[in-house]
Design a protein around this ligand. Structure first.
Ligand SMILES: NC(=O)c1ccc[n+]([C@@H]2O[C@H](COP(=O)([O-])OP(=O)(O)OC[C@H]3O[C@@H](n4cnc5c(N)ncnc54)[C@H](OP(=O)(O)O)[C@@H]3O)[C@@H](O)[C@H]2O)c1
Length: 272
């Protein structure tokens, strides 16, 4: 396995750190390209991987090429990679909204995977949803499953349309939860908790609730009911959250993110 990463920003770093942390491969198997020297030096120093300015150099000899640039930069990079990718290489794009057909046409390559990972890949707790086109071979599917599996949980889907939906839930989800955590911490400070204490209470509560929801076979509503005694404190708080429209606001936010993912694809000349 040799992985070439094109565009070494935030998501690329999460993947690099996750892969090295889980020892799926050594730093000698990773090459990443980035336009800025400062960024290349940082990644080289921090993770011991090879970094290059040229995207073509990052791609050369890689079994898996991971495209980690912004959706708006994808067409420019695909022009560079057109007719460069070789038999045996698979192109994996993590760009939000950019469709399989755009990737196929832009790269003129036959083996393409479209994936939506998320930021917790940094700590091996990522969630990646991914789909392949028909040109991807079984060994390439196995390698991709191993890569995303090392970064957390992974889910292969047969229908590409799930990708924009995953973008609005798991791709953007960490941002929603960080906002919620910030708001809960501030609220704790408002009622008198020292900030360090409020922070630890919030982080461990979110972690614990997530693990409980994952390990229990019970619906989140049933778990919520167990925290809610009749006439009690949680019941009071939940009443105000519902009155404030938390549920419908969240539904609207997810819908807006989904529409944005769709429009990013269209902006790249995608006919959908
Ligand atoms: N961040 C997330 O949580 C997340 C989650 C899921 C998927 N994604 C997807 O991951 C992709 C990258 O997002 P990001 O948050 O990592 O963005 P980012 O931090 O801005 O990373 C993009 C990187 O690409 C580099 N770049 C710009 N032009 C380039 C070119 N022509 N060739 C090679 N590299 C180039 C940028 O360098 P400069 O900084 O020097 O411009 C930057 O290092 C996006 O498509 C996004 O949809 C992100």
């Amino acid at each position: 396995m040799r992985i070439g990463i094109v565009g070494a920003g935030t998501m690329a770093e999460a993947i690099i750190k996750g892969l090295l942390g889980k020892e799926l491969c050594g730093p000698d198997k990773l090459v990443a390209s980035a336009p800025r020297e400062e960024r290349r030096t940082f990644l080289q120093y921090e993770y011991g991987i090879r970094t290059v300015q040229s995207n073509l150099e990052a791609v050369a000899g890689a079994s898996t090429v991971i495209l980690c640039v912004k959706p708006q930069t994808v067409p420019t990079v695909l022009k560079e990679l057109k007719d460069v990718l070789q038999e045996g290489q698979v192109l994996v794009s993590v760009a939000a909204g950019v469709s399989m057909s755009t990737l196929e046409q832009g790269s003129a390559h036959h083996a393409i995977i479209r994936a939506m990972p998320n930021m917790p890949c940094l700590v091996g707790e990522g969630m990646t949803v991914w789909a392949t086109n028909e040109g991807v071979t079984e060994p390439q599917i196995d390698e991709t499953r191993a890569i995303f599996g090392a970064l957390g949980r992974q889910m292969q889907v047969s229908n590409e349309s799930f990708l924009n939906m995953a973008t609005s839930i798991s791709g953007c989800g960490p941002a929603y939860l960080f906002l919620l955590m910030e708001a809960m911490t501030d609220a704790g400070v408002q009622i008198g908790l020292p900030r360090y204490m409020a922070h630890e209470l919030v982080v461990q509560t979110v972690l614990g609730a997530a693990r409980l929801a994952q390990e229990s076979d019970r619906h989140p509503a049933a778990l919520k009911n167990e925290v809610t005694s009749p006439g009690g404190t949680a019941a009071q708080a939940l009443y105000h959250l519902e009155k404030g429209g938390l549920r419908s606001t969240l539904a609207e936010a997810v819908l807006a993110a989904y529409h944005r993912a769709q429009s990013l694809g269209k902006a790249e000349g995608d006919p959908r």
